[in-house]
Design a protein around this ligand. Structure first.
Ligand SMILES: Nc1nc2c(ncn2[C@@H]2O[C@H](COP(=O)(O)OP(=O)(O)OP(=O)(O)O)[C@@H](O)[C@H]2O)c(=O)[nH]1
Ligand SMILES: [Mg+2]
Length: 407
């Protein structure tokens, strides 16, 4: 599962990305600082099961800080998107292509209203970011529509000449949109949601294609709004207005990416203890901190943590994977009584799976071989066997048993 960080230029996408991944990609106060996509690893934060199970853990694929498990997830930061991007304006289709692989979108907006549609600096509160929510969505819809339209007459005719109608259209669209991280079931659902008939695609008009593209975006790439720069004064009123206006359409998470970056770096260099997502931090040794560092940290506390109860960056990431993408966390082990891997590490891995995935899906996600030779799994909590179709539950600890593969 990959999340894509989208939005118009100069809203803080790369700052958000840096704060999530602790990478160091370029950030600057002008549009189009980012040109090529940046791919990195962020973390979702969950309560680890080790305390409940009464063991000490040795995470391998993830980290555990005082009972908080940080599980790696892939994130991509792309260039800023301007009105007309789907027609090639700004960095146009290149950046949209960089979004192909994203399963969920974190749409970063400038909630202080101090950047115009194209990311140029304007006075705080003078631009309404609600307009950006609309145009960014429209551009992504038009890009999807453009991809389909290019080949629509062939797709629709081929699909219609098939024997039984709908499966042909879905298969043709699947092929056309391959690489876009879209499932077959999402295409079916989008046809249905748009109120269209799959057996007569040659009758679809321009508006039908547009409605289909809208539905497909909503279903296949769910989105939340990261209302960034919430440390600035003008953001409070704008966020409250937007929250009402977007109710039922998109979840909105107030964010202060710059503050998160400062906290993460201060924590990394040992100045403070802070776990991403916390609403507080502690200065480790007050005698080692400079006056400037203290001032910056005090500002983060008073303008962000005390007001918003966190910087929002971790919440946005968690919500993207756990709510939008319906992720659940599963801990595979090799020895179900000791909860270890082959090397004796306790609760070594935490994996994010989809709600609805089965024990066999878990096996496949670890290794194709393990999926193909799957026999059953053992629930470490109960010691009972579960079958291939067992639906995974959040926080399951499972041992997969497979036949030994020869040669
Ligand atoms: N006040 C405030 N400024 C921020 C915050 N996050 C980012 N900025 C500033 O916003 C400006 C743009 O940040 P970037 O991260 O480069 O923005 P971007 O969206 O990646 O920009 P492009 O790559 O040009 O599309 C920089 O001056 C950042 O320091 C924040 O949380 N609060
Ligand atoms: Mg950038």
């Amino acid at each position: 599962m990959i999340s894509g960080i989208v939005g118009k230029p100069n809203v803080g996408k790369s700052t958000f990305f840096n704060s999530a991944t602790l990478m160091n990609v370029a950030v600057a106060n002008y549009p189009f600082t980012t040109i090529n996509a940046n791919i990195g690893t962020g973390y979702i934060r969950v309560r680890c099961v080790h305390q409940e199970l009464g063991v000490k853990d040795n995470p391998v694929n993830s980290a555990c800080v005082d009972g908080t498990r940080l599980i790696p997830v892939k994130m991509v930061d792309v260039a800023g998107l301007v009105p007309g991007a789907s027609k090639g304006k700004g960095l146009g289709n290149k950046l949209l292509d960089d979004l192909r692989q994203a399963d969920a979108l974190i749409h970063v907006i400038d909630s202080s209203g101090s950047t115009d549609e194209e990311g140029r600096v304007v006075s705080p509160g003078s631009h309404d970011p609600l307009m950006d929510v609309q145009f960014v969505k429209n551009e992504i819809v038009l890009w999807i529509k453009g991809l389909i339209e290019k080949d629509w007459s062939r797709i629709s005719r081929t699909a219609e000449s098939g024997a039984s109608g709908s499966p042909e259209l879905v298969a043709e669209l699947m092929q056309k949109l391959s690489g876009l991280s879209i499932r077959e079931s999402s295409i079916e659902a989008a046809i249905h949601k748009a109120g269209l008939k799959a057996d007569k695609p040659t009758n679809w008009n321009n508006e039908d294609l547009l409605n289909f593209s809208k539905a497909l975006l909503d279903i296949s790439k769910p989105m939340l709004i990261g209302a960034n720069k919430c440390d600035l004064k003008s953001s409070k009123e704008i966020i409250s207005k937007m929250t009402k206006a977007l109710e039922g359409a998109y979840p909105i998470v107030p964010c202060a990416a710059e503050a998160e970056l400062l906290l993460r770096r201060a924590s990394q260099s040992g100045l403070i203890s802070y776990v991403p997502g916390d609403s507080f931090f502690e200065i480790k040794d007050p005698s080692k901190i400079t006056a400037a560092q203290r001032k910056a940290l005090d500002l983060v506390r008073s303008e962000v943590l005390d007001v918003w109860k966190g910087t929002g960056v971790q919440k946005a990431i968690n919500d993207a994977y756990l709510s939008l993408l319906k992720g659940i966390v599963v801990y595979p082990v090799e020895d179900e009584s000791k909860l270890t891997d082959k090397k004796g590490n306790v609760l070594p891995d935490a994996r994010i799976m989809h709600k609805g995935d089965t024990a066999k899906d878990l096996a496949y996600s670890i290794h194709t071989d393990l999926g193909e030779t799957f026999l059953y799994a053992i629930d470490a909590r109960t010691g009972l066997r579960v079958g291939a179709d067992y639906e995974l539950k959040n926080n399951d600890v499972l041992k997969i048993v497979a036949t030994a593969r020869k040669g």
